[in-house]
Design a protein around this ligand. Structure first.
Ligand code: GLV
Length: 323
């Protein structure tokens, strides 16, 4: 019997790649940069399955062009805002994602950004390398205390909760605003968005990107924050209005920000945000530990193979497809 044919939009880590290549007839895109939209469309046409990354836009017209034999889309990420889930569901195509396994790794990085921004770690490193360290200074590179501060967490799914557990170790008061209902426990206080914005020393974003959360943090939200506030974004770039963020950082409306995600991605080298020294930016690496990226690839392969076999995906982002 011939093997199913699939397109894989980027090289996967081992051993997931070998397992995939044994089971299917796969074309793997070999380049570091993703295939452009026309190439992606061309390569997906006539395939039984697609394994893609969050950099690939999978819309209705791509699914249309792919053909009726396309029976699974496996996204190697937990976020699925790059895939038109409604269109996939309408077409009966299950979409896989990789929840759970990257929770702790991503929460570690959110906390790393929080600590680095609070204590100006990146500025301090540049200060030493630039030859500015002439003596021990009583007021050199003063930062903000994390211990005992108030952390506002927006979005309280798996990753938001993992960040709250880390905050408990630092004696932080944790405020939570979650658009979906959250179970109150004695380590957090659930509140409305305006109270969280007004009272938090640190604000960390952990909501998915959708039409309700696009530019959730804009000019009005920045105006409600304290001047010392530090904003952390490890969710999705467009949750924050980039122009409003630039203004808030430039005018001192907030103290600092640390971003793992931006709008757009990647951020062009001449982007105004890169002129600010009260901002830390990482290239979307919150889940990038060796172990976690390996597990994500394994899970993406599991989802792909299940879909090709006509079985229910272990992790399906559009379970309505089975109704
Ligand atoms: C990373 O951002 C992911 O969604 O997995």
């Amino acid at each position: 019997m011939s093997k199913p044919i699939v397109f894989v939009t980027r090289m996967l880590p081992q051993p997931a790649l070998s397992r995939l290549l044994e089971a299917v007839d796969a074309e793997v895109w070999p380049a570091e940069l993703p295939p452009d939209p026309d190439t992606l469309r061309l390569k997906t046409a006539g395939r039984d399955g697609l394994l893609c990354l969050l950099t690939d836009r999978i819309d209705d017209s791509l699914m249309e062009a792919a053909g009726l034999q396309l029976r699974v889309i496996s996204n190697c990420a937990v976020g699925v805002d790059n895939v038109d889930l409604a269109a996939a569901t309408r077409r009966g195509i299950p979409v896989g994602n990789t929840p759970g396994i990257l929770t702790e790794t991503t929460a570690d990085f959110a906390f790393a950004l929080l600590m680095a921004a609070a204590r100006r770690v990146v500025e301090a490193d540049a200060y030493v390398r630039d030859g500015k360290w002439h003596t021990w200074g009583l007021t050199t590179l003063l930062g903000q205390d994390v211990y005992g501060a108030t952390l506002g967490i927006i979005g309280f799914g798996r990753i938001g909760q993992a960040v709250a557990r880390r905050a408990a170790g630092f004696g932080m008061r944790v405020l939570v605003y979650s658009p979906s209902t959250t179970q109150e426990d004695n380590t957090i206080t659930q509140t409305d968005l305006h109270t969280l914005l007004a009272e938090s020393d640190f604000i960390s974003l952990h909501i998915p990107l959708n039409k309700h959360t696009h530019h959730l943090i804009g000019p009005d939200e920045f105006s409600r924050m304290k001047p010392g506030t530090i904003l952390i974004n490890t969710a999705r770039g467009p949750v924050v209005d980039p122009e409003a963020l630039y203004t808030a950082l430039k005018t001192g409306q907030i103290a600092r920000a640390a971003l793992d995600v931006t709008a757009p991605e990647p951020l062009p080298a001449d982007h105004p945000l890169l002129t600010l020294d009260n901002l830390i930016i990482a290239p979307h690496i919150a889940s990038a530990s060796q172990a976690t990226r390996g597990k994500m690839a394994e899970m993406a392969v599991d989802n792909l193979l299940a879909g090709l076999a006509g079985e229910r995906l272990p992790y399906c982002a559009n379970p309505a497809v089975y109704h």
